[in-house]
Design a protein around this ligand. Structure first.
Ligand SMILES: [Zn+2]
Length: 50
């Protein structure tokens, strides 16, 4: 259970973590800081590549 989770933003930035909680935080932080978008947790989970 140490697989890496990844989300690639539409702007090309790739965010990685082995922890889904941390990844959700990274992505929501990036989206609000760089794109002024608030994603829900469900939306972020739908973007995760395993
Ligand atoms: Zn982005």
């Amino acid at each position: 259970m140490s697989g890496e989770l990844r989300v690639t933003c539409s702007c090309g930035v790739e965010m990685k973590s082995s922890d889904i909680e941390e990844l959700v935080l990274l992505v929501s932080d990036h989206a609000s800081n760089f794109h002024d978008i608030s994603f829900t947790r469900d939306e972020i989970e739908a973007m995760v590549q395993f």
